[in-house]
Design a binder for this molecule. Structure first.
Ligand code: ADP
Ligand code: MG
Length: 468
């Protein structure tokens, strides 16, 4: 029974994650309803039983990292694993309902777009798989296995959300302003980080506890990684993440440009802290893609990108005086909305780490700089694919919006990204989404450009605190 669950590829310990999404046709006939089509008896009946407004009225549980680790280090006792499942079930339907309600609040013509509607249907479907569990208690391990299967399917269903949403909003550019899209995506994608974390945490605890409960099950590698509690690595070494991600991004550069940029790690590479490896891998990959791309396009492939790792001592000031979020981008109107959803660090004095990524890529011009935090903004053109370093002149650095809401180039780049082809840039989500991940645990990202010379990106991460 227990072995029936296929171990998901993203369970810890993971190799490099976050960039090997595969396009997946996720719709099933059970959830093909078009959103907000309020006509016909069938639709009316569906709405009679629509639990979304009720669930969406319930406040989001203010999550803390303490919640995620409170069930203890694996292998958990049976009771602790059941408690983790019950806790996860208590959070997810409300979180999904909030997202469905937010999608319903988009203009009708936007949510009718096939791509946005696909995401809407995915959420409806996921909620429908959880609703039968409400009102019952997960009281034995058989239940827990079946519930974990539901969670695994839920996480898989939403894997490709980002390129699909990106394509949808690009197609709807005539009907919704870039500011509205950014507002929606900022809230939606930050909420998605939390929802996935909650589901992935339970799945990871489940798998790392399996041998403890079922001696006949084939052993899983998780207990060999004692520093993990679910998806949190209590001894994460950022220098190792940088080297692993650097190799991956250099491969992409080689494919795109025929050049393999170099990088060096200095500072204090042996620093470790408690963090979610998947999140760090996503951020580092995106920042290195930007740094490598700029370096190559600026004809400076011989100059290494320098990554400096600096541990930070615990912040002993009172929380009201702590200024952890450094940002040079425009303030976000919607910050209040997602602030509710951010996960609090386990303790305010958690040691953190600052990672500076310094490139000689020529910096960011003043007309581009104000836009870099907008979802879908990119200066990458599809034709850059065959850019020859030192050959033709570098692509224009003028502010071309991929968001740009207008160029068919951007659409085809997104198409390439969603087809699983490794792309160095083009979605325009790298910086804003990396910032969302960094801010989730109270960190931040700041960009300093020295025009004509290069760019420094400061990634500040707050550790998740003491975990016994
Ligand atoms: P994408 O990489 O898909 O274009 P991002 O959000 O990662 O989207 O970056 C947005 C834009 O910011 C890039 O297109 C580029 O113009 C600019 N940018 C980001 N990082 C750098 C950098 N290190 N050097 C020069 N320009 C950069
Ligand atoms: Mg990028």
């Amino acid at each position: 029974m227990r072995r029936a669950i296929v171990r998901p590829p993203w369970s810890p310990p993971r190799a490099i994650s976050g960039f090997n999404c595969r396009a997946r046709a996720s719709s099933t006939s059970a959830h093909q309803h078009s959103p907000r089509r309020h006509h016909g008896d069938r639709e009316r009946r569906r709405h009679d039983h629509d639990v979304v407004p009720l669930l969406a009225k319930q406040p989001l549980h203010p999550l803390s990292l303490a919640d995620l680790v409170k069930h203890g280090r694996p292998p958990l006792s049976a009771e602790a694993l059941l408690a983790s499942a019950r806790f996860t079930l208590s959070l997810l339907p409300i979180r999904l309902a909030h997202r469905i309600q937010a999608l319903r609040n988009l203009p009708y013509i936007v949510v009718s777009n096939p791509n946005i509607s696909k995401i809407y249907n995915n959420y409806q479907h996921s909620l429908s798989t959880l609703l039968p569990w409400q009102g019952r208690t997960i009281s034995n391990l058989e239940d827990e296995i079946r519930f974990t299967e539901v969670l695994a399917e839920l996480v898989q269903t939403h894997t490709d959300t980002i390129p699909i949403l990106a394509r949808g909003f690009l197609e709807c550019r005539k009907y919704i302003s870039p500011a509205e899209v950014t507002r929606f995506l900022d809230e939606h994608l930050r909420a998605r980080i939390g929802t996935r974390l909650v589901a992935e945490q339970h799945i990871a605890l489940h798998f790392s506890s399996t041998p403890h409960f079922d001696p006949s099950a084939s052993p899983t590698p998780c207990p060999e990684h004692p520093s993990y509690i679910g998806v949190i690595d209590t001894a994460l070494r950022p220098a190792s993440t940088v080297d692993a991600c650097g190799g991956f991004v250099a491969d992409i550069c080689e494919l795109n440009y025929g050049v393999r940029p170099r990088w060096v790690v200095d500072g204090e590479p042996d620093t470790t802290f408690a963090f979610v490896p998947m999140h760090l891998e996503y951020i580092i990959t995106e920042l290195l893609k930007n740094a490598f791309r700029a370096t190559v396009e600026n004809g400076k492939s011989g100059e290494p990108v320098v990554i400096t790792i600096a541990p930070e001592p615990p912040d002993v000031r009172p929380p009201s005086q702590q200024q952890v979020q450094v940002r040079l981008g425009p303030p976000h109107e919607s910050r209040g909305a997602f602030a509710r959803d951010a996960i609090a660090p386990l303790d305010d004095n958690a040691p953190g780490v600052t990672i500076r990524i310094r490139d000689r890529g020529g910096g960011i011009s003043t007309d581009v700089l104000p836009h870099i935090w907008n979802y879908s903004f990119t200066t990458f053109n599809e034709s850059d694919d065959d850019y020859m370093p030192g050959g033709r002149s570098p692509p224009s650095s003028s502010a071309s919006w991929g968001n740009s809401y207008g160029t068919s180039d951007a659409l085809s780049v997104i198409s390439a990204a969603s087809n699983g082809r490794s792309s160095i840039a083009g979605l325009g989500y790298g910086l804003p989404l990396s910032r969302a991940y960094a801010e989730y645990f109270g960190g931040g990202i700041a960009v300093q450009s020295l025009h004509g010379w290069g760019t420094d990106v400061y990634l500040r991460l707050k550790g998740v605190g003491k975990i016994e």
